[in-house]
Ligand binder design. Sequence first.
Ligand code: NAD
Length: 377
Amino acid sequence: NLVFVAKESVAEETRVAASVETVKKMRSLGFDVVIEAGAGGLSRIPDAEYEAAGARIGSIKDAKAADVVLKVRRPTSKEISGYKNGAIVIAIMDPYGNEAALAEMARRGLTSFAMELMPRITRAQSMDVLSSQANLAGYQAVIEAAAVYDRALPMMMTAAGTVPAAKVFVMGAGVAGLQAIATARRLGAQVSATDVRPAAKEQVASLGAKFIAVEDEEFKAAETAGGYAKEMSKEYQAKQAALVADHIAKQDIVITTALIPGRPAPRLVGRDMLKAMRPGAVAVDLAVERGGNIEGAEYGKVAEVEGVRVVGYPNMSGRIAASASALYAKNLVTFLETMVDKDTKSLGLNRADELIKATMLTDDGEVVHPNFVDPDQ
Ligand code: NAD
């Protein structure tokens, strides 16, 4: 069986879907591995290192023979036109709102999987790309904020006087937010955080940050069975905004990470709140790709909004591409391993497996995932 690891065609994608370690792993699982020349360049993995690990360096033409195509992003129309009918394609597929692209993958006969739909259960933890990438994004968000901020983060007592610790407020305390809290704490900032899920309260406190939230009845019921946030009512959002407005006026750095699965990101910080922040304040919007938590955040830019510099970089984990690729590639190969028979080393899908069912978008010419099946058909 042949695995093809594609070079990403979107200019801003710095990551790659295989590492030296995962090439070795795929070889041991019985795969021949072809890496598209230069695929690892931006993640600092030279072709020669892949070769030394047992891969062959090839070109996009090699995709035609591949039984499995590994990518970071969903392949474009042009890319899939070069894949063979029946190929397994695994990537971060960004399926919501992209139904036409899913239909096209189905028409091309691809069996495609969206890594971000992996269930968050113990068995699948090592395949959880949302967590592996969000963790790095949370770290990097603090690094980007610190780079833009014109003051020091830790308190510094020097012979020339004292520099106060920066006040950092993290909004959304999921995987990214918790890592942002930990990173800001390591840099010596004074950290507070908010979330709408009650479970976040203890996690925030255990990292040594102060928890700020409207803890009413709705808050106590705000977590779904899957551990995700619900979209909050208008009334809750108004109460939350009032509390946050007060708190944010005293902050130097705000990092927002709030997402709701399958919905646009909630708007948490308005212009009025930015205006009330201290001179020199910095904000980082990690939700910018999903519409943004911060009013005025601009995709791919550091925008000046009401005197606050708002960082709106997409693909934050891709800004530490070498680390992000290492973890992403490991997530992928662990999933791929579930499709290989250990004894015969043959590739076969168990369509009854809950991981396969949860992530499979298209199969045998059809869109098969229940969230994306067209109800009119
Ligand atoms: P996410 O990326 O969907 O959202 C980020 C955070 O934003 C969440 O904590 C969410 O509650 C919060 N949020 C949403 N609306 C908000 C609002 N209006 N105001 C403030 N905050 C808001 O979530 P995630 O980081 O992927 O994680 C969600 C949960 O799943 C976490 O509890 C996480 O620890 C848990 N998780 C479990 C596993 C596992 O069991 N294997 C793996 C990963 C994550």
